[in-house]
Design a protein around this ligand. Structure first.
Ligand code: FE2
Ligand code: FE2
Length: 321
């Protein structure tokens, strides 16, 4: 049995209990069971690169530096997310450490901005190699007293520097080469992208390496749109780039239509991505359920389920045969 076969055989369930015991952390720690899905992506690379992809941890904690409103919201949200968000994150980091894998996180690490959520994020990511993109919840100012509900750049800016300090790489755009793969993380958290993203992405493609893109909101395809609608009671797909007519036909509520409507810059970027042959995979989250499907002639899109459920994808980037 080679390493890949061993990892696949052991990938179905990864209990944090043995991981914690293995590190001498004691049985008093709560346990959390990860549900790890093995995925293989052939790429033009020399040797295998393995990564654990997680998303949507939704840490929901507050401490005495946060205010009463935040503590109240955190208690309710933690319960709503199953009560083990921190345990799931720690189990994921430990699992990646034990298996020698790069940890990839595609946003909503925190549920909303609190001192405690950011402290726990820094602490959890401190001892392992991790590469991230941000999520819409990263900048949520619930309980802060100035939350106008607008999800735009001005709103994001209110929290950006403080949130950025808790994460290992630039949350707006960052490219990193690992084992001949160019991981390119970008911000699409409010269903639009930055004006200069297309130029920055093209510059990365010009480097000639296969690109694995990372973002939070999944990118529209007809198949994903239909599947996501079928999973949502409100009949909203929560993808970036959905055509107006499809959102109208689905009966999106007005506030969701306005929130998720595509602008010209974003559409131009998505049109470019469809044709970019260096793009080989897209990793994302946001939907809280797993999905995978074709995005373009060269790239498959992988939506990972919620980390708060214990969902994770173990991705084996393997040399093309
Ligand atoms: Fe989320
Ligand atoms: Fe999200």
């Amino acid at each position: 049995m080679n390493r890949r076969e061993f990892l696949s055989a052991s990938a179905a369930v990864c209990s944090a209990e043995w991981l914690l015991r293995g590190l001498g952390l004691g049985a008093e720690e709560k346990t959390a069971d990860l549900k790890i899905h093995p995925i293989t992506i052939p790429l033009p690379i020399e040797r295998e690169v393995t990564a654990l992809h997680i998303s949507d941890t939704h840490l929901a904690y507050a401490n005495d530096r946060d205010n009463d409103a935040m503590r109240d919201i955190a208690a309710k949200r933690l319960k709503a997310f199953g009560g083990k968000t921190l345990e799931m994150l720690r189990a994921s980091v430990l699992c990646a450490q034990q298996r020698g894998e790069l940890l990839l996180h595609t946003g909503d690490m925190i549920d909303f901005v609190t001192d405690e959520n950011l402290r726990l994020t820094s602490e959890a990511l401190a001892d392992h190699d991790c590469f991230v993109s941000s999520g819409n919840h990263e900048f949520a100012r619930w309980g802060a007293g100035d939350d106008d509900g607008k999800e735009d750049e001005a709103y994001k800016t209110l929290s950006f520097d403080r949130v950025q300090a808790a994460f290992p790489n630039d949350l707006r755009f960052c490219a990193r080469q690992v084992g001949g793969i160019n991981f390119v993380a970008f911000d699409d958290v409010y269903y639009y992208v930055a004006d200069d993203l297309i130029d920055r992405f093209r510059a990365e493609a010009a480097k000639g390496l296969p690109i694995v893109a990372m973002c939070h909101c999944p990118l529209y395809t007809p198949e994903l749109f239909d599947y996501s609608l079928s999973k949502d009671g409100e009949k909203v797909a929560y993808v970036i780039g959905a055509p107006d007519e499809k959102m109208k036909a689905a009966g999106y509520p007005n506030h969701r239509f306005r929130q998720q409507r595509t602008n010209a810059v974003t559409q131009a970027f998505l049109d470019y991505l469809k044709e970019e042959t260096q793009l080989k995979a897209i990793l994302c989250g946001h939907l809280h359920f797993p999905w995978r499907g074709k995005f373009s002639e060269t790239a498959e899109q992988y939506v990972v389920g919620g980390n708060f459920f214990g969902e994770a994808n173990e991705i084996h980037f393997v040399p093309m045969g």
